[in-house]
Design a protein around this ligand. Sequence first.
Ligand SMILES: *Cc1c(COP(=O)(O)O)cnc(C)c1O
Length: 368
Amino acid sequence: MWQAEVRVSLDAIRHNVARLRSGTAAELMAVVKADGYGHGMVPAARAALDAGATWLGVCTLGEALELRRAGLTAPVLAWLLAPGLPLHDGIAAGIDLSASSTGLLAELVAAARVAGRPARVHLKVDTGLSRAGATPADWPALVEAAAKAQGDGLVEVTGVWSHFAYADAPGHATVDRQLAEFGAALDVAAGVGITPQVRHLANSAATLTRPDTHFDLVRPGVAIYGLSPVAGETFGLRPAMTARARVVLAKRVAAGQGVSYGHTYVTQRETTLAVVPLGYADGVPRSASNAGPVWLGGKVRRVAGRVCMDQIVVDCGDDEVRAGDEAVLFGTGDGGGPTADHWADAAGTINYEIVTRFGSARVPRIYG
Ligand SMILES: *Cc1c(COP(=O)(O)O)cnc(C)c1O
């Protein structure tokens, strides 16, 4: 008997990867960073590879090494690397590493000497997001240093890449501008003899809406988990995560009763309150107090009052609700149930954050 659980459908992940692949001639890198956006990094990676993904993408070196420890041998790219990391471990494990600066490239060269094999490097250019990546001003120096290291046999430039700022608005002018900047950066790289195996730019939104940005490899994350990166469109994706719990207590209370901390909700009339054992420690956003939807007793209701650390309260009116009944916070949305998108709206955030935060050590993740 479960009290609260996060269910993850690996079938849905496979379906979503197949759906994404059907729209592109490029290879697909499944982005499984942040514990697979809360779905479990290794199971999500396996499901994506089963469905035809050929690369895995993560943020940290630690995540990449964990994929290797799990026995996954597909190419893996790790892209956010602070100075001073044991990069030779990554090189020895055959992990592709991103470099946005000549400083990091120099560390990779030194680490390649230690590892006794060339570093597989993806050079990142900042085409307008102003996050990681070399600016167009710094790009020529980075590609020249990489070309020299490649000539010395210490580096293999396997990729050149960048990331969009605004692809969730597919017609936005920045998408075209970044695409043009990327083309210019590839020309600069080619000018010093760098012609990488894979050029890549497209996140989920661009994978789904802008085939002209696919190049050799697309890099979807959120869409793999069945969530849409573009408001109002589903693209035939299936949400993979369902968060649910069993009512621990249902009781009648009088009219005019304040509910949960601070009494921000007050019952209008005599009613049944249901206590549901999931709270902000488990990922329920506190900012969705008095707003988050819960499917309980055959309909969608709202969180009554504040979200607590371990629990929420739901006002069920005069409906028959009992301890042990199943409450679904979000899932596939089939049959009118709430989704991660509804929770994102209720909390003033994005669906990415809802699933990535969800689950805690005390809430088991069940695969089916
Ligand atoms: C997270 C991330 C992605 C995936 O983005 P989605 O919008 O989830 O598809 C791709 N590339 C980089 C660099 C990222 O950080």
